[in-house]
Design a protein around this ligand. Structure first.
Ligand SMILES: [Zn+2]
Length: 374
């Protein structure tokens, strides 16, 4: 399996009995030694002791379904070992992104394809030798060169937005295109919640109402804050830029969009901004997992419930005897080729099922990262 995965690389679990609702992200079907039912025997026959030292790459699972919506407008991107930038002392950074599109899937798909590439460029070009670049001590609570990280992430979102605003639905430059897509793309956009995981920090950049939540010793800690038009600071920003928030089936910018920040949405500039809010969180020994998800999950599942469910799945892993595990519970280590148990996929699937059971009406995308093994 390649070090980089897009779409459903690791998501080879289907919601049973719900085929019409479950829709795997299929852009990159995994060579699934870990899961396809057919080669269960061969997979299991090369199992090795799962208690060996954890592999260096993150352990994660994901699920993305269209649910009760006809259109699939969510997109997910996972890029393990994205790059080894100087700003991270030459150590690898891992990228996780959830994009919840509106007005079509065009912008969310562009983000899935490009956001990590732009971020890689930005991270690799941070000048880490400048005076004042080292804001924190190595291993300290503060991340080193917070300003550099912030600048790289903000530039990334801005550049992504520019790409989107300059592209027609057909992906040509919109100024030179005469197809009908130009009108449609005006009203298309996406949320973006991006988590960068390093050995000692989790950096989350968010724009819109998808969300990242950290499960730490049984407590749910939000790492992003939804951009809703009626959030007091967002309301003030929208008004000061000349926009209005109108209550029409919830608070909406100009009576249309139910979030206050997004990538795309040319027709609502400048009231809608693509500038992300960024949080830095020092990793601790008690960190269990990180959940990134679209509002199809969060609208029906409180943070605490989601954390309890995901942590429960992962804890079950540490107590389970290996004989009880099914083939899809195993993941292959990129570095050693060995197999070890992975319940993050089940956690993501269970959260998705719960959201469907609670009548979520939206697309649902969930990524669970096991922080004990990542
Ligand atoms: Zn066009």
């Amino acid at each position: 399996m390649s070090a980089r995965e897009s779409g459903g690389g690791n998501s080879n679990f289907t919601v049973e009995g719900n085929q019409n609702l479950a829709e795997e992200e299929g852009s990159n079907p995994a060579p699934s030694a870990t899961s396809s039912g057919d080669d269960t025997e061969s997979s299991l026959s090369i199992l090795t002791a799962p208690s060996e030292a954890p592999p260096p790459e993150p352990v994660f699972g994901m699920m993305t379904v269209s649910g009760r919506m006809q259109e699939m407008e969510d997109a997910v991107s996972v890029q393990t070992n994205l790059c080894r930038p100087e700003i991270n002392r030459g150590l690898p950074v891992h990228f996780f992104g959830v994009y919840d599109g509106h007005g079509g899937s065009h912008v969310a798909n562009l983000c899935r394809e490009m956001m990590h590439l732009i971020l890689e460029q930005e991270l690799m070009s941070v000048d880490n030798t400048q005076e004042g670049a080292h804001g924190g001590e190595p291993g300290g609570k503060e991340i080193e060169n917070k300003e550099g990280w912030t600048r790289a992430l903000k530039r990334c979102f801005q550049r992504m937005d520019e790409v989107v605003l300059n592209s027609c639905l057909c992906r040509n430059d919109w100024r030179q295109c005469s197809c009908r897509g130009i009108m449609e793309v005006e009203m298309t956009g996406t949320t973006a919640v991006v988590a960068i995981i390093t050995t000692d920090h989790i950096v989350v950049a968010n724009c819109g109402d998808s969300r990242g939540v950290l499960c730490r010793e049984g407590t749910a800690i939000p790492l992003s804050f939804d951009h809703k038009p009626d959030r007091s600071d967002e309301l003030a920003r929208i008004k000061s830029s000349g926009g209005r928030v109108i209550i029409m089936n919830g608070a909406r910018v100009e009576g249309m969009l139910g979030m206050s920040r997004a990538i795309g949405d040319r027709y609502l500039k400048p009231f809608i901004t693509s500038e992300p809010e960024i949080t830095f969180t020092k990793r601790e020994a008690g960190d269990e997992c990180l959940i990134l998800a679209s509002d199809g999950l969060w609208d029906v599942l409180p943070n605490e419930v989601a954390c309890g469910v995901a942590s429960g799945c992962l804890r079950r892993e540490s107590h389970a005897t290996t004989e009880n595990l099914k083939s899809e519970d195993w993941k292959e280590s990129e570095s050693t080729g060995q197999f070890y148990p992975n319940h993050t996929t089940q956690a993501a699937a269970l959260l998705t099922r719960l959201a469907l059971g609670r009548q979520s009406l939206d697309n649902i995308s969930v990524v669970v990262v096991d922080l004990q093994r990542s």
